[in-house]
Design a protein around this ligand. Structure first.
Ligand code: ATP
Ligand code: MG
Length: 367
């Protein structure tokens, strides 16, 4: 996508709990970008509360509006009921399918802040394949005639098609990050090496599925030596990936993983940079991008006006970045980083006493 003067049509789907606080916060920040793109926001319903009221978690009009009218969206959070509720399934999972958002992109970077003492220094980007692996939910249960006890099975799907798309995004993002680093002042550069893609797998055990994943992602570079020759490629078995990520997270640049491993390592990585309230993500496809904070609906603090809006604001930045407005995204990240570095206006999850609105005001002031 490239910048143009036509307004960007963006769907806003706050959904449940603190989604209703952090999405309006991110909207305010987007609207206040000077010389930024013009926005045409459209408010859309989805979520568990909407399901309880209407019997559907994702109305058709939300899907149609996003598909036919919008370039991107911001999604808040859905409450996940702790027990199975008849007729309910997660709207976010459905949206990823409907819009073909095949990669979940999660930047995890440290920011020097009094809120994060003794924090490890890291700046990595995790790309999680978003459509298959064990999450195709093909499960069944039987009774083992030999023992009379239950046995459960799950299928795991790895396709060359999906692996190649995720792998290609990883190598492209490694190149993009390298370009952005060249624009940033030297002292902010954590990553000082050639761009690098780390492929996560467990092909020593799962040789057929993870083997196909590994081969396919490797082929992205091997088949495009001119384009990706400057990007280092390495591999990590998922268990050693977790170990190394906690020991020396600074060793990673772009990390690409199948759905399940990606889910696990990205929550682990979030723990390295403080609160869930600061970690953004984007669900990215070829024609659409949906920003989504990593945190959930946080029912324990919903409605109190103290939720941390930073993850949502950064997710709005990712949305802009993937729509081609990178310079404005960088301004948003810098404003958020300045608020964290200052440390005097923080929400309670970061040890502060400020409200959601006060944090937004502080971000706007830095913008
Ligand atoms: P869900 O079922 O929607 O995932 P949850 O109970 O798992 O809800 P999460 O949103 O995952 O809640 O949050 C886990 C913990 O982190 C909660 O204590 C919550 O208050 C806190 N938390 C999450 N996001 C934020 C945020 N943006 N600001 C402040 N605290 C947050
Ligand atoms: Mg949760």
């Amino acid at each position: 996508a490239t910048a143009s003067s036509a307004p960007l049509k963006i769907g806003l789907i706050p959904a449940d709990g603190i989604g209703r606080e952090v999405i309006p916060a991110a909207q305010r920040v987007l609207e206040s970008l000077s010389n930024g793109p013009r926005f045409d926001f459209v408010h859309l319903d989805a979520g568990f509360e909407y399901f309880q009221k209407t019997g559907t978690a994702l109305p058709q009009v939300t899907i149609d509006t996003l598909k036919n009218e919008c370039q991107g969206a911001l999604f808040g959070a859905v409450s996940s009921p702790s027990h199975k509720v008849a007729g309910y399934s997660s709207p976010i999972v459905a949206l990823r399918k409907h819009l073909d958002l095949y990669a979940n992109v999660r930047p995890v970077a440290s920011v020097a802040s009094p809120a994060f003492p003794n924090q490890k220094v890291l700046d990595m980007l995790i790309i999680r394949e978003n459509t298959e692996c064990l999450y195709i939910k093909s499960e069944r249960q039987e009774v083992d005639p030999a023992t009379g006890l239950k046995v459960a099975y799950a299928d795991r799907k790895i396709s060359e098609y999906a692996s190649k798309r995720a792998g290609t995004m990883a190598f492209n993002m490694a190149l993009t990050r390298q370009q952005l680093r060249e624009q940033k002042p030297l002292e902010n550069r954590i990553w000082k090496h050639k761009p690098r893609v780390t492929i996560v797998h467990k092909s020593n055990v799962m040789s057929v599925t993870d083997g196909l994943w590994r081969e396919t992602v490797r082929a992205v570079k091997e088949d495009n030596p001119e384009k990706y020759g400057g990007v280092d490629m390495e591999e990590q078995l998922v268990d050693s990936m977790v170990y190394r990520m906690f020991r020396e997270p600074e060793a990673f640049d772009v990390v690409v993983a199948p759905n399940l491993y990606g889910d696990i390592i990205s929550d682990g990585a979030a723990a390295l940079v403080g609160s869930l309230g600061v970690v953004p993500s984007a669900n990215v496809g070829d024609n659409f991008v949906m920003g989504e904070p990593v945190h959930g609906s946080a029912p324990d603090i919903a409605g109190k006006g103290i939720s941390n809006p930073i993850a949502a604001i950064r997710s709005a930045g990712l949305l802009l970045e993937h729509l081609g407005h990178t310079q404005h995204a960088l301004k948003m990240y810098d404003a958020v980083d300045a608020v964290l570095a200052d440390g005097s206006i923080l929400t309670p999850d970061l040890g502060g006493k400020s409200t959601t609105n006060e944090v937004v005001e502080a971000v706007l002031k830095h913008l």
